[in-house]
Design a binder for this molecule. Structure first.
Ligand code: GDP
Ligand code: MG
Length: 370
């Protein structure tokens, strides 16, 4: 028997010289030993391997690097820092776009439409998307289609979902590092999606060049949970779902917003926040939206605002890293961990004021760590 015959054989009721009309084959059963668990030794890729992989835009290596970046383990943390140090020189050369809006506004659909359009224009697009299946937004409501199926099939796209739960609405403490890794892998457009939870819009604003707010025509701002403060963070208000019966309404809303925007403080010096309308489903208005972004980049690069914002963001990043690092070290310090349990009880029983407790803990920490 040759190898092929060993896998399949004809059922015994099939005539000996039967032709192709008998399309049935029986698959040979497997013996128990075939199912013995095999021992795989997981080989962790080295720093070298990951850096090389990212620079060659190996998407699996990029994803692994991001997992290391996001990991809370000290070992991973060090490795991620090593990698980032080496990638930093290759970062920075992209247009970073932030997108916010309430769940159901069409952010993911819009990112997919814009992403595909940009890839057709020869760009490479990385998307840091909100994963709707996690807590807050729940996958099924409003027919969320965040998987971005069409875009994820594109060779020049990289999609990284982050959980939307918690207070960060899809942004993680490590989103900045992730942006750097994607840029080093050659993505020249980075799109970051966030749902308006807590500080997430402000955080994303502090990471991107261009920030847009997606709205739906007709639904009042109360319904969309949009505060004036958020509008003042945006470089563009995008009225989505301008299709079918909604198209006229969307265009009226666009004009109304255009007028209202003149009375608000623009988010970026030298740029008048612009209202646009589009349909993420039909694609109408998507090229125009991109033109607005390009115009913005051109203007801000000419007047120096782009460069200044990037520099400010870098400083901001550095200091937020210090804060993170201090917090992390403090709460993981052995003595502090022990003391915190006692201190909590003392505060609750009224034996110690919170201010006293704080002073005590900080004293312990700083004396120990000097
Ligand atoms: N008619 C219409 N529906 C849209 C448009 N964009 C998104 N949708 C639909 O709105 C729902 C929510 O879209 P999704 O992209 O998941 O919203 P997200 O929560 O903001 O990311 C889905 O059912 C989409 O198909 C659009 O431009 N026109
Ligand atoms: Mg979404």
């Amino acid at each position: 028997m040759n190898e092929k015959d060993q896998k399949y054989y004809k059922p015994d009721w099939q005539p000996e010289n039967a032709g192709e009309e008998f399309a049935i084959k029986v698959v040979k059963g497997k013996s128990k030993s075939d199912y013995e668990p095999q021992k795989f030794k997981s080989i962790e890729p080295s720093v070298e391997d990951l850096v090389e992989g990212v620079l060659k835009n190996n998407r699996t290596k990029l994803a692994k690097t991001i997992t290391l970046i996001e990991s809370n383990s000290e070992k991973h943390h060090q490795k991620a820092n090593e990698i980032l140090k080496r990638l930093l020189d290759y970062g920075g050369k992209s247009i970073r776009v932030g997108i916010t809006g309430v769940p159901g506004a069409g952010k993911s659909t819009l990112i997919e439409a814009l992403g595909i359009y940009l890839i057709q224009q020869g760009h490479k697009v990385a998307v840091l998307a909100v994963d709707p299946s996690s807590t807050l937004t729940r996958g099924s409501i409003l027919g969320d289609k965040t998987r971005m199926e069409k875009l994820s099939k594109e060779e020049n796209a990289f999609i990284r979902p982050s959980p939307s739960g918690g207070t960060l609405g899809g942004v993680t403490r490590k989103t900045r590092e992730t942006i750097t890794a994607c840029e080093a892998a050659g993505y020249d457009i980075i799109i970051i999606e966030t749902v308006g939870v807590g500080q997430s819009e402000v955080t994303v604003r502090s990471m991107v060049d261009f920030f847009m707010l997606i709205k739906i025509a007709g639904a009042g701002d109360e319904l969309q949970g949009i505060k004036k403060g958020i509008i003042e963070l945006a470089d563009s208000l995008v009225i989505n779902k301008a299709d079918g019966d909604n198209e006229i309404r969307a265009n009226i809303a666009k004009s109304e917003f255009s007028n209202a925007l003149h009375y608000l403080k623009p988010a970026t010096k030298g740029w008048q926040t612009k209202a646009v309308s589009c349909s993420a489903i039909t694609g109408k208005g998507i090229p125009e939206l991109w033109k607005v972004i390009l115009k913005f980049i051109e203007i801000t690069k000419t007047n120096g605002v782009f460069e200044k914002r990037r520099k400010d963001q870098l400083i901001n990043w550095a200091f937020s890293m210090i804060e993170d690092e201090l917090k992390e070290r403090f709460y993981h310090h052995k003595l502090i961990k022990e003391k915190i349990i006692l201190v909590k009880d003392e505060i609750l029983s009224g034996n110690k004021l919170p201010t006293q407790a704080v002073e005590e803990l900080l004293n312990i920490y700083f004396k120990q760590s000097i």
